[in-house]
Ligand binder design. Structure first.
Ligand SMILES: [Zn+2]
Length: 287
């Protein structure tokens, strides 16, 4: 069955507002033509959301899923790293993690736990899933969903930090500018270097977990979570879809074809349960 799944799998991501700590790369130098204004609502600026915050968000969702299935997850941090608070690492280990890499004696020979297998580890051992950045564009007709792109609107948010002292009459002390993407809707492309049924089982379960916990502080994406940013609707797009079907998901004028409905039934009734079953078996084998 797994041979029916393409090596590129797509997660639909929709959010009203995203602020990523690692910042957003924009192409405003192209769009500006010398007279760019940050706050002009007419500006047509696209850019790139780096993969790092996306990857951390996804990984956390997958780790919790492994724990919910009774396993322990690989800790993302090296055990010998110089953590500022040593006790926190130990506390994580007590809460459903094992030390990074202790699930494998030789990462080149043996794949370790499913999280290690996916995300990789030290010594140049790459994970089996490559997380790509998301390129976004405000013009929907320019968005190529089959390449993991999204419709999204870059905005620069300006905030005045004002004095709290009554005598100052809320005088501005400084101005803080934050890069944000508004009304994001698109695809996040995950490319598997090697495909295994348990990978897709874990991805399906983990993405559902993130979607149902999207308003939990822990499972929001990027920074500015106290301000309601990073509440993400997410869903694994049926991996059985062909490219033209994937595009149709984002075409508001058209609904599903009969063939897509058929594939949805196949996915729900046959493929997904088989892949989740493979995940359960892999977790039961131990880390
Ligand atoms: Zn591990």
């Amino acid at each position: 069955m797994i041979e029916d799944i393409d090596r590129d799998v797509f997660v639909r991501i929709q959010t009203d507002l995203l602020v990523v700590g690692d910042s957003i790369m924009t192409d405003r130098h192209h769009a500006s033509n010398g007279n760019y204004e940050d706050d002009d609502p007419q500006n047509q600026i696209g850019g790139i959301i780096p993969a790092f915050p996306l990857s951390g968000w996804l990984r956390h969702g997958l780790e919790v899923t492994v724990q919910e299935y009774g396993g322990t997850a690989c800790h993302p941090g090296e055990a010998n790293a110089n953590f500022m608070k040593d006790s926190i690492y130990q506390r994580d280990l007590d809460a459903g993690y094992h030390e990074k890499g202790t699930c494998t004696d030789d990462p080149k020979e043996d794949d370790g736990c499913v999280v290690f297998d996916l995300f990789g580890g030290f010594d140049g051992v790459p994970g089996k899933v490559m997380r790509r950045p998301i390129k976004f564009n405000p013009v929907r007709s320019s968005v190529d969903y089959t390449r993991g792109q999204a419709e999204g609107h870059y905005r620069r948010l300006n905030r005045n930090i004002v004095s709290r002292n009554r005598d100052d009459n809320r005088e501005a002390l400084r101005n803080a500018a934050v890069d944000a993407v508004a009304n994001l809707d698109g695809c996040w492309q995950l490319s598997f270097r090697e495909m295994k049924p348990e990978f897709i089982g874990l991805l399906a379960e983990g993405v559902d977990f993130l979607d149902s916990h999207k308003t939990d502080f822990m499972h929001q994406l990027g920074g500015a979570r106290n301000f309601g940013a990073g509440v993400v609707d997410c869903a694994l797009i049926n991996p059985l879809y062909e490219d033209h079907e994937l595009k149709r998901v984002f075409d508001r004028r058209q609904g599903n074809t009969n063939k897509m409905d058929e594939k949805d039934d196949q996915w729900v009734d046959e493929y997904r349960p088989a892949f989740v079953n493979a995940l359960e078996e892999r977790i039961a084998e131990g880390p």
